[in-house]
Design a protein around this ligand. Sequence first.
Ligand code: FAD
Length: 310
Amino acid sequence: PFEVLIVGGGPAGAAAAIYAARKGIRTGVAAERFGGQVLDTMAIENFISVPHTEGPKLAAQLEQHVKDYDVEIMNLQKAAQLIPAKTEGGYHEVVLENGASLKGRTVILSTGARWRQMGVPGEDDYRNKGVAYCPHCDGPLFKGKRVAVIGGGNSGVEAAIDLAGIVAHVTLIEFDSQLRADAVLQRKLASLPNVKIITSALTTQVHGDGNKVTGLSYKDRNHGTEHDVELEGIFVQIGLVPNTEWLKDAVSLSPRGEIEIDARGETSQPGIFAAGDCTTVPYKQIVIAMGAGSTAALSAFDYMIRLPAS
Ligand code: FAD
């Protein structure tokens, strides 16, 4: 059994593993895919103190840094169930999809999230070649260019306002007949001169020249007509889904399925902590996930030194 069992091997899980191992306690990381979302990222320019890196490179460095310590990495292992300890200080059990089970005196959940995709032709082909999901990350790459934001909820409208200050022109495309964002955001958006809002529109295709995005097509849902927009970038903002389906019965989740944590990374279950994109943390970024993973590991250590000697 582990003293600290981490589920998820992205930036949050890697940081948690290093902080835990540095306390000299038995640490394990089970991950479906070590590296997490970073593996799907190209340019990273907001990882503070590293002006430019690339996702696969950072993922390899995360793994190398963890391996510098005595941490058992169990890659390609998907957790299917969490059974919290029956008594305070007892072992929590994580059941893997392959039927095996792991035990931890404390558990840190860092299973991350995934961006909901449009599922239209061209989206996958031009991912990282104009199709983007994170305005904080990729917005500056489109300076002075034309972009679309898909989705008129809070995140889509926030993205459009953010991008309007950087790019030449933003087209916001919403499926519904009206935007769903807060009124204050909608008013701000409407005041911007370089934003066009199109409602009742279903994006049907991403176009490109083989190397990068050149435009998109959408269908006007009221008239059934097809339209094309020429542009260089498409930000898909139709939801970030936390990888927490397997935790429903184990810890408290928010209405969006995010693990509810406090400032120390504690969940609703004593001895179970969480960090990164799978939690209620307000912003989802690499540096933030790393800070949260470190916090969770220090909290797990604090929790253990307070347990009665057994
Ligand atoms: P993740 O990176 O999602 O890692 C989750 C880990 O949990 C993975 O190892 C996964 O395999 C594992 N896992 C999931 N479910 C299970 C399970 N049931 N059992 C076991 N393991 C499981 N952020 C930036 O700061 N800068 C950027 O430039 C940037 N660009 C991005 C570009 C793209 C295309 C994407 C998708 C994201 C980008 N982000 C960027 C966001 C950043 O990648 C995330 O905020 C960060 O990776 C979150 O770290 P995490 O450890 O919480 O989760």
